[in-house]
Design a protein around this ligand. Sequence first.
Ligand code: ATP
Length: 349
Amino acid sequence: MTQILQLVAPGTPFREGLENVLRAKTGALLVVGYSPEVMEIVDGGFSINCDFSPNYLYELAKMDGAIILSEDIKRILYANTQLIPDSSIPSIETGIRHRTAERVAKQTGKLVVSISQRRNVITVYQGNLRYSLKDIGVILTKANQAIQTLEKYKTVLDQAFTNLGASEFEELVTLHEVANVIQRLEMVLRVKNEIKRYINELGTEGRLISMQLEELVGNTDAEALLLIKDYCRENTEEKVREISATLKRMSSEELLDQQHIIRLLGYPYTNTMMEETVSPRGYRMLHKLPRLPAVIIHNLVERFERLPHMVMATIEELDEVDGIGEVRARAIKEGLKRIQEQLFIDRHI
Ligand SMILES: Nc1ncnc2c1ncn2[C@@H]1O[C@H](COP(=O)(O)OP(=O)(O)OP(=O)(O)O)[C@@H](O)[C@H]1O
């Protein structure tokens, strides 16, 4: 669906052509791509084979029948053709144009666009997907509302991260606190994905929303992975990706169940599990240190296993880690101390 929406997004010549036809109220039936499957169901019409232009599309749509475009929408191949898809393919549409569009999409797997003459709507079909394009103004309003919601969620998430960070240095983190941050993070990511869908559909009209989104939550996906790496019991890339994917698939009810989240991280169920204390590996804090390469972060975690051990380590002990000399050891020690002090100031008790 993302790909389809990008193809027909405002700002593309294709969308301009579709809007022209919509305004002219001639209606149209368009197939994007000419494969053997499409060839089989096309009857009659003219071979055009000219470069695509929004105006040509508008002129050709005045004729009856379907227009066939090349897969990359750079050329108009045929016009005035009749499409004869398999009539046994089920369709929920009532009008003949739309029913044909749905069947052709299902039968050929190609993108088919139907512009209604009377209902002022553009509908796209591909395979079993069907989507009616919304008015740009309506989507912009929805996207702006979603950005406002995201701002509020992000403020709460930032505070939860700060509190978690402060607890990490005090070695007082409970699984309940970890689950709480994961829940908030996932909620932020869900709103972010919703806004991304709006941006896809808005095309060039979504540029400002896109910039706001980047500014607000540009690195939240990376932060989510680091949080999982800090707390999941089995520290492998594969496991981290699996947990992240499962979180994305969780229903809202599952996401509200903290025990569910903790079990996903690999902790066994006990009556008191939520109050158990845990220590992070330190990935999030180490990533806050400037110019610290990923390989050194990896070596530090290998050597010390948990953040509190790194904080307690002497300069000499840090110096012994592969890739770390005295200067860097000092920078790490001081950097972690600075982060800790800032977290204690910012924390909300
Ligand atoms: N099988 C087909 N192949 C090509 N063009 C078709 C086909 N079926 C319908 N059309 C085109 O659709 C036009 C309108 O058909 P019809 O009014 O039944 O469609 P509809 O789905 O109700 O759409 P609209 O909302 O635009 O009226 C036809 O005049 C013709 O140009």
